[in-house]
Design a protein around this ligand. Structure first.
Ligand SMILES: [Zn+2]
Length: 226
């Protein structure tokens, strides 16, 4: 029944955080009308801007939560993560003013979209690559951008973003709404993502343990019906 839904956020502070994240993503994808299909192992996975809007809606309703993970408080390194097991975006409130926060948040919403779409045959590495591709699109859709502004000087992170940029430009994602990215075309980004995560995030908190799961299928047992 309309109007009978319980307020999903227990405090105004929690709701503010969710709305802040939703607003960041809305802004990040405002002019980023991406729609591409990723092929892997004979399957097709569609990623579309509206999927991120759907995630925003699920967050508004509390079907997907946004929480401030205490492990992030005071950390300047991570804007957010997506906890697939618990359907929660873990945000770092202190980093949401960062110039790249919107694109990074769109990255996490892409993981949530993978979850919502039940892309259960997609590997974690490809899920990660897709999220970086969306993130990169949000940083300058269809254009090259100045790396110095956003890569933090990490050559492995730069390689991820370079590969995402290369794919964005070569597949003309700013114009072609039916772009199909084959597994071979996607491989450089996928590989760069795996190298980056193995090197830099192995010792950090990972809700989905990407290091162990790279190359494995995303566990489908976590999916619920939204
Ligand atoms: Zn990710």
């Amino acid at each position: 029944m309309v109007g009978e839904r319980k307020e999903p956020y227990s405090t105004q502070r929690d709701r503010d955080l969710a709305q802040r994240c939703n607003a960041l993503v809305a802004q990040a994808i405002q002019n980023v009308d991406f729609s591409f299909t990723l092929e892997e192992s004979g399957q097709k996975y569609i990623y579309h801007r509206y999927m991120l809007h759907h995630v925003r809606h699920l967050i508004e309703n509390g079907d997907i939560g946004v929480i401030e993970d205490p492990r992030y408080v005071g950390s300047g390194a991570i804007v957010a993560a997506y906890d697939r097991q618990n359907d929660k975006v873990l945000a770092n409130r202190g980093m949401l003013g960062d110039a790249t926060a919107g694109a990074k948040m769109a990255h996490e919403y892409t993981h949530a979209a993978t979850d919502v779409m039940k892309y259960s045959m997609l590997t974690s590495a490809s899920d990660e690559g897709a999220a970086f591709l969306v993130q990169r699109c949000c940083m300058g859709f269809g254009t090259k951008v100045n790396h110095g502004n956003f890569d933090g000087g990490d050559p492995l992170y730069r390689a991820v973003l370079d590969n995402a940029e290369q794919l964005m430009l070569s597949k003309n994602l700013a114009k072609d709404k039916k772009a199909v990215i084959t597994a071979a075309e996607f491989k450089p980004l996928r590989d760069a993502t795996a190298v980056y995560y193995k090197a830099t995030l192995a010792s950090m908190f990972q809700p989905d343990d990407y290091i162990r799961a790279l190359g494995l299928k995303i566990p489908s047992s976590y999916y619920k019906n939204y």
